[in-house]
Design a binder for this molecule. Structure first.
Ligand code: SF4
Length: 336
């Protein structure tokens, strides 16, 4: 038995009747937690929930719809594979591609610099981890429709509106932002790596902070994450992107929680404002992605899970990615 599992057990007994909720906000962490059944081996008073840590999942329906509208209007678009499958009000980008729209799947942001892609709009997605690459593309004159998100404002919403006792912070994001940034949240947090033993250790450490009533941040991924983060990447981001009130699936509009190009000529949202005006977005009313992203329910609580909604036929964004999306991961490990 993992040494830290024993310690978690002992601490849970001391905590007694109080129910503790710990949220991980990284799709990579969720994947490992589900793979090793970590939720199932925790004491009954310790609940582990997933938060808004999957960039594909948190992308608002309105943004998916905007990209489909742009592509159908004859504007060349490029983005990563998972984004092509997210169902929008007018179907997915993949569906638009089948209907003849010029949509290209790329594996790396660097492909945008190839001559055949330079005139396309890059659908830039991700948290602080991937934003530096988009900033780099902007420095080379690539036009971007950005749905890049900033973690802290979203987590503040969760702290204020839900009963989360502590967080396991994402290791990748922390590489760029640094560990110090998380102190702003003033709740118990542990920055963790991605091994199963690292995650179990992080659960113990955050539980200990909660038990001791310490609103502190422990950097448990010191081999990679520094206090100040990656200053070069931060500089690049601040040079080419500015914050705006982004729309999150599940959380809605969150002040200063997104990043978009400073240069309006490279900001597709501004440049094609006329085409993008008055788009009406509708979400599937049964899909519970929004609640899943806030840790309020689990994929199995959705009546469509594994029946109508599967990775081959995703009804909601959370089913698209099998490595980061809550429903996609749950399907991978629960539906064998
Ligand atoms: S199973 Fe599908 S429909 Fe249900 S919450 Fe997940 S993505 Fe949405």
């Amino acid at each position: 038995m993992n040494h830290y599992l024993k310690k978690i057990d002992q601490l849970a007994k001391k905590i007694g009747d109080r129910r503790i909720t710990i949220m991980e906000v990284c799709g990579g962490h969720t994947n490992i937690i589900m793979q090793y059944g970590i939720r199932d081996i925790l004491p009954s008073n310790i609940r582990l929930v997933s938060g808004p840590g999957c960039p594909v999942c948190v992308t608002a329906q309105s943004d998916i719809d905007a990209m489909v509208v742009l592509a159908k209007a004859g504007i060349g678009v490029a983005t990563y594979g998972d984004m092509l499958d997210v169902p929008g009000t007018r179907g997915s980008l993949n569906k638009a591609k089948e209907e003849g729209a010029d949509i290209k799947m790329i594996f790396s942001a660097m492909e945008m610099l190839l001559p055949e892609n330079k005139d396309r709009v890059f659908f830039g997605i991700g948290f602080e981890t991937t934003t530096p690459m988009t900033a780099y593309l902007l420095s080379h004159g690539i036009m971007v429709y950005s749905v890049h998100k900033i973690m802290i404002p979203a987590m503040k919403v969760l702290v204020e509106s839900s009963k989360i006792d502590g967080f396991i912070d994402p290791g990748h994001v922390s590489c760029i932002t640094g560990s110090k940034m998380w102190e702003e949240l003033k709740v118990p947090q542990v920055i963790s790596g991605f091994g199963k033993d690292q995650i179990i250790r992080a659960i113990y450490k955050v539980l200990k902070l909660i038990y001791e009533g310490k609103n502190e941040v422990i950097n448990d991924y010191e081999e990679v994450v520094k206090s100040e983060g990656n200053l070069k990447a931060q500089k690049l981001i601040s040079q080419y992107l500015k914050s705006y009130e982004a729309d999150w699936r599940g959380l809605g509009q969150v002040n200063s929680s997104g990043l978009e190009p400073k240069d309006e000529n490279l900001n597709a949202r501004v440049k094609y404002g006329t085409i993008l005006k008055n788009i009406k977005s509708v979400q599937n009313s049964v899909c519970r992605c929004g609640e899943i992203l806030k840790g309020e329910c689990e994929p199995k609580d959705c009546p469509l899970f594994g029946k109508v909604c599967t990775p081959k036929n995703p009804v909601g964004a959370c089913m698209v990615s099998s490595t980061e999306g809550g429903c996609g991961i749950a399907y991978k490990f629960l539906k064998k």
